[in-house]
Design a protein around this ligand. Structure first.
Ligand code: NAP
Length: 360
């Protein structure tokens, strides 16, 4: 396939038709010809087919143009089919972070948010709608709920579902999972598909790319038609293409695990920020890690942290365990100190001399 432009370079063909998203959709690039060879051959009925190969004669301009047009049209069709129209609802820190990668991959993007983020949206190539009715009238394939955990219920209910296509796929990216799953099941009409996800990284931890970062998801309700199953796969593929570690897991299991991993991490980061730690020229690796942890966690909004606590049953127990663990470490240290002080207070130096004499 790569040799095609060279082979035709000497023929006076019209300029190549635009391959709008070719470079942006790598897994459908030239390599895909290996998997879909039929797409890149002229149809069997095409008069030019086989004439060059069969007779070994020189390529004629007409043959070349037909083959070339067919190939570029097939490629464009394939690219258009992979392209999703994605509406991001909640276009704050994380919504914009996701949009940059979606845009890089060539998807059509729309956004709506409480505040006016139209300037930021334009700079990423996203159409911003202040009114959710206008957004829904664009009939996106996918609506992603990306608002704060605390506001998600109200934000979801503010959307005019009747303006959307009946087959719309709803996705959430909230950092807790059982809550949005139940919210979607309770609120969305039964004809919408539901995918609950948690990209377990953010603008700080994912600033150098998403490779090997975990992406957790549960297909809560994907109606079993080829088109809907394929659309869900294409959405998940956005993250797989970036190299994310794709983890299919129930929302309940996610919340059990993430109380220990995520809520604990954020809590320690928040405690560190209360200490107002400063960098030092003699910082150990461990201390640098603490400063980094503080930066990573405290750059997220307090709403996010609060949501991790309020909307995950397991977080309360974790907070109590943390409290007990801190008490227990303190008791151990202070207990030893106490023993030494008591010894100094109540035992005379003569007692020591006597003990040493006995021992010898
Ligand atoms: P956030 O503080 O959790 O959410 C900010 C977003 O919520 C903004 O779009 C904001 O809209 C909207 N919002 C807040 N209060 C609102 C209200 N009362 N009414 C309507 N909208 C409201 O910060 P975030 O980092 O952008 O996170 C967004 C979502 O992604 C959260 O659910 C979070 O759990 C999830 N997430 C975040 C990360 C991360 O690393 N940051 C990672 C994974 C998942 P306006 O900006 O228009 O005011």
């Amino acid at each position: 396939m790569n040799s095609t432009p060279l082979r035709f370079a000497s023929l006076s063909l019209p300029p190549s038709p635009p391959r709008r998203f070719h470079h942006k959709l790598p897994s459908y690039g030239p390599k895909s010809a290996l998997f879909f060879p039929a797409l890149f051959l002229p149809p069997r009925s095409c008069p030019g087919r086989g004439s060059r190969r069969g007779r070994g004669g020189p390529a004629r301009a007409l043959d070349a143009a037909q083959s070339f047009d067919y190939e570029s049209r097939a490629l464009e069709d394939l690219e258009n089919r992979s392209r999703l129209k994605i509406a991001i609802v909640g276009f704050g820190n994380f919504g914009q972070f996701l949009a940059r990668t979606f845009a890089k991959q060539g998807h059509a993007l729309l956004a709506h948010s409480r505040s006016d983020h139209s300037v930021a949206a334009r700079s990423i190539g996203v159409d911003f709608y202040g009114d959710p009715h206008d957004l829904c009238e664009q009939h996106p394939d996918v609506v992603i709920l990306c608002s704060s955990i605390l506001s998600s219920d109200a934000v979801l209910r503010s959307l005019p579902f009747q303006r959307l296509r009946r087959s719309t796929l709803f996705v959430d990216v909230l950092s807790v999972k059982e809550f949005p799953k139940n919210l979607f099941l309770r609120t969305l009409p039964p004809h919408f598909d539901i995918l609950c996800t948690h990209p377990m990284f953010g603008p700080e931890s994912g600033k150098h790319g998403w490779a090997d970062l975990p992406f957790v998801y549960e297909k809560v309700r994907i109606i079993d038609t080829e088109e809907r199953v394929d659309r869900c796969r294409r959405f998940l593929d956005i993250f797989a293409r970036e190299g994310c570690r794709m983890v299919e897991m129930s929302c309940a299991e996610h919340d059990e695990n993430s109380a220990e991993s995520q809520f604990l991490t954020h809590t320690i980061g928040r405690i560190l920020s209360k200490l107002q730690l400063k960098p030092t020229t003699i910082a150990t690796k461990g201390y640098e890690t603490l400063l980094q942890l503080e930066e990573n966690t405290c750059s997220d909004s307090f709403d996010l942290y609060n949501g991790l606590f309020m909307y995950n049953y397991n977080s309360t127990e974790l907070l109590e365990r943390l409290d007990m663990a801190f008490d227990s470490v303190k008791k151990e240290l202070l207990g030893r100190l106490h023993d030494i002080v008591r010894k100094q207070l109540f035992e005379s130096p003569d007692d020591d001399d006597e003990r040493m004499a006995k021992d010898s």
